[in-house]
Design a protein around this ligand. Structure first.
Ligand code: MF3
Ligand code: CO
Length: 251
């Protein structure tokens, strides 16, 4: 499969999708508190997405049974919302959401604190977020996909953190997952060159311990192999002639 360069029309639809998704995340953040269940967050997310006239990208994607991936503490990504999972003071929770707007996807994730969290957790969340912005500096035409991964890895490993390797970012557009793959670490090959009109999801998944992960018996939930905390931060990004444009974040 080849990397797709989007037309002006496609880019405009992806801007609109991204703006809606940014608002969905802003609203979900307000709902995060001790005592809420992950199922309640999912229900609110689905209502918000549909309320904006979009479809949830993730619902039924490869059989995924919810609209929002909700991953708590040592869960890295793809946690399944549940009536039994009640957020506790001191937890950290990653929300990953996607919307489809007139046939185009936007994909973004944030990690939030539940109540009062420890200093180590705060720093993990902030470093993970900042690693996205470090990667963004490399997201320019003429650079290669590898430069993005090197930026995330160099930054996060300087704090002694683990950079998850089993899951990667990706192209995004008419499909949720398109070429190219966008690793958060140095694959040792430069990969595709970046060109204006490419739209990619850059999504560092970072841990306080090892980069190694395991899958739970539900076949979805990815957890750290050593039980350490994990954070996730993702945006849909447009490569331009100059500064990259973050489509799924509002100023
Ligand atoms: N944002 C996730 C990703 O790009 C998508 C979740 S996959 C789903 O990897 F199946 F859970 F929808
Ligand atoms: Co993604």
């Amino acid at each position: 499969m080849a990397v797709i360069i989007k037309s002006e029309r496609e880019i405009q639809l992806m801007r609109e999708a991204g703006e809606i998704l940014a608002k969905v995340h802003e609203e979900l953040e307000k709902a995060i508190r001790p005592g809420i269940t992950t199922k309640e967050i999912d229900r609110l997310g689905e209502e918000l997405i549909r309320g904006f006239g979009c479809e949830p990208s993730f619902l039924n994607y490869n059989g995924y049974p919810a609209s929002i991936c909700i991953s708590v503490n040592d869960e890295v990504v793809h946690g399944i919302p549940s009536d039994e999972r009640v957020l506790q003071d001191g937890d950290i929770v990653s929300l990953d959401a996607g919307v489809i707007w007139h046939g185009y996807h936007s994909d973004a994730a944030r990690t939030w604190a539940v109540g009062e969290i420890g200093e180590d957790a705060k720093k993990l969340i902030e470093v993970t977020r900042q690693s996205f912005f470090e990667a963004l500096k490399a997201a320019r035409p003429g650079n290669h996909i590898r430069d993005i991964g090197v930026a995330v890895q160099t930054y996060c490993e300087s704090f002694g953190y683990g950079v998850v390797r089993d899951l990667v970012g990706h192209g995004v557009g008419a499909n949720l997952h398109e070429d190219p793959e966008v690793p958060n670490f140095d694959l040792g090959r430069r990969g595709p060159i970046l060109r204006p009109g490419m739209t990619i999801a850059i999504e560092p998944m970072i841990t306080l311990g090892t980069w190694e992960v395991e899958w739970l018996d539900d076949d979805w939930t990815v957890v750290t192999a050593d039980g350490s905390l994990a954070a996730h931060y993702e945006n849909t990004v447009l490569i331009t002639e100059g500064e990259p444009e973050i489509l799924s974040l509002r100023g």
